[in-house]
Design a protein around this ligand. Structure first.
Ligand code: TXA
Ligand code: MG
Length: 452
């Protein structure tokens, strides 16, 4: 199968939300002009048509990560997702809608003649403040799946609820609108690999397995959406993501009591050394080929040389040269304090919407895309006494800000993998601030070893 890339990056306005009676923008209807002859719209129309007719999913950008999308109402199309990804089919998929109109239609079921009005609103009241505040955006809501449902049974994997979100990316909403159906879409990586935050990442995993990749530039958020269940009391977060627990709490009402309902190893506690991990129990996810060693916090009093000490255990037999990757965030010194020769820039990773587009256009690019940029520095690695060369070091600094760390995280893991890293030491940032919980959750899942 030949994989084709369609660029949608000009920053053209693709559509707009309808206005309510007071003239304010409302999420009711995302309107896409019927005409429109520019290249972006032509590509999106082609992709929309593809989604309506084919049983092979296509990759498209959202503000979180690239999704592997298919018409959520057609079983054949949804089965194609599981096949392309190599994903077990007992894992439900997130449904993406362009607007509230589409969501209301889903909630009214498959043979309902009901016309939805404000007084017969099927969207549970508990979700109203969240929709108001975080949609369109990186928040997935669990909703009751009506019986009969418009959704193909493969989407929900037998559950009586479905997860749904309205993406912030205008490109994604326009694609959904043009497909004329909600899109089921998991992240567009091969199962177990780090999620893709650029079209190139998608190709690295799925080249030859799908026919179309819409390239809208890099993703703005860089980690997946937060999944919440507000149908139980207290409401819970099933997966941390682009909307933080604090932001949810700030919505008040029952959300002030929102609880964490996921486990990622952060609750294991312990002091120093590796957190216990039952062999075979580990659910491999977000994992590069390299062994990831995660330090929960960047600084532990009295353990300034911790990575250097840990390198000794990692090296084991000194007969084999190793390539050691380092991903730094807030405090670690260059190369995490490992002994090394002077470093030189191996490459500069710059992912942006369209390097040729004018800066003004880039800012308003179709995917609301960010610019991901960092250097990969390279040098020789020496052992503890600084005398024997034992391999190579690859150093990446993602920045100190949690948003830039989230944006670059998956990209950095993939970059080090492609450069043959055997082990990657990662400087964690704790759980406290904003979407740090999501960043740490993904890192804990990727890690073979966690240092507390
Ligand atoms: O940011 C995102 O959410 C990305 C982009 C592409 O939108 N999508 C994504 O989808 O991450 P996926 O399929 O990889 O995530 C699905 C996860 C499941 O693992 C599960 O945690 C949750 O969403 N989920 C979906 N439907 C559910 C349901 N009915 N009940 C419980 N959890 C559900
Ligand atoms: Mg995923």
């Amino acid at each position: 199968m030949k994989t084709r890339i369609l660029k949608v990056q000009s920053g053209q306005v693709l559509g707009r939300f309808s206005r309510d009676s007071d003239g304010r923008e409302s999420l009711e209807s995302w309107e896409v002009p019927a005409g429109g002859s520019d290249a972006d719209m032509a590509s999106l129309r082609e992709a929309g048509e593809y989604l309506r007719t084919k049983d092979i999913p296509l990759a498209f950008p959202t503000e979180t990560v690239y999704g592997l999308g298919a018409d959520a109402t057609r079983s054949g199309a949804v089965k194609g997702i599981y096949a392309a990804k190599g994903r077990p089919s007992d894992n439900p998929l997130i449904v993406h809608v362009s607007d509230l109109e589409m969501l209301r239609s889903l909630l009214s079921g498959s043979n309902s003649t009901m016309t939805t009005t404000a007084s017969s609103d099927l969207i549970p009241g508990i979700y109203k403040p969240l929709i108001e505040k975080f949609w369109p955006g990186p928040l997935t809501l669990l909703l009751p799946n009506p019986d009969p449902s418009q959704l193909a049974p493969e989407v929900t994997a037998g559950l009586r609820t479905f997860g749904v979100r309205m993406p912030a990316s205008p490109l994604a909403r326009t694609l959904i609108k043009l497909a004329g159906a909600p899109l089921a879409a998991p992240s567009a990586n091969a199962s177990t690999k780090p999620s893709p935050t650029s079209a190139r990442h998608v190709l690295d995993d799925l080249d030859g397995r799908i026919e179309l990749v819409l390239d809208g530039g890099p993703c703005h958020v860089g980690v997946e959406s937060t999944v919440v269940d507000g149908l139980c009391d207290p409401p819970v977060v099933l997966r941390p993501g682009g909307v933080s627990m604090d932001e949810l709490r700030a919505c008040g009402g029952a959300w002030a009591r929102v609880e964490k309902a996921y486990r990622d190893g952060s609750e294991l506690g312990g002091s120093g050394g590796a957190a216990p991990r039952a062999p075979g129990m580990k659910y491999k996810h977000y994992s590069p080929k390299a062994r990831v060693v995660l330090y929960e916090r960047s600084f532990v009093e009295g353990r300034e040389g911790m990575v250097r000490e840990d390198l000794e255990t990692v090296l084991g037999e000194p007969s084999k040269r190793v390539t050691v990757g380092v991903v730094r965030t807030r405090r670690w010194p260059v190369a995490a304090g490992l002994r090394h020769s002077s470093l030189s820039r191996a490459s500069q990773i710059v992912e942006e919407a369209d390097a040729d587009a004018a800066p003004a256009q880039r800012q308003s690019s179709a995917n609301g895309a960010a610019k991901i940029t960092y250097d990969v520095q390279q040098g020789d690695l020496y052992d503890e006494d600084g005398e024997t060369e034992v391999g190579a070091i690859l150093d990446i600094h993602l920045g100190r800000d949690v948003r830039s760390i989230a944006q670059g995280l998956f990209s950095a893991l993939r970059e080090l993998d492609s450069r043959g890293a055997d082990v990657i030491f990662v400087e964690g940032i704790g759980d406290e601030e904003g979407i740090a919980a999501a960043v740490m959750n993904r890192l804990r899942k990727a890690a073979s070893e966690i240092k507390t």
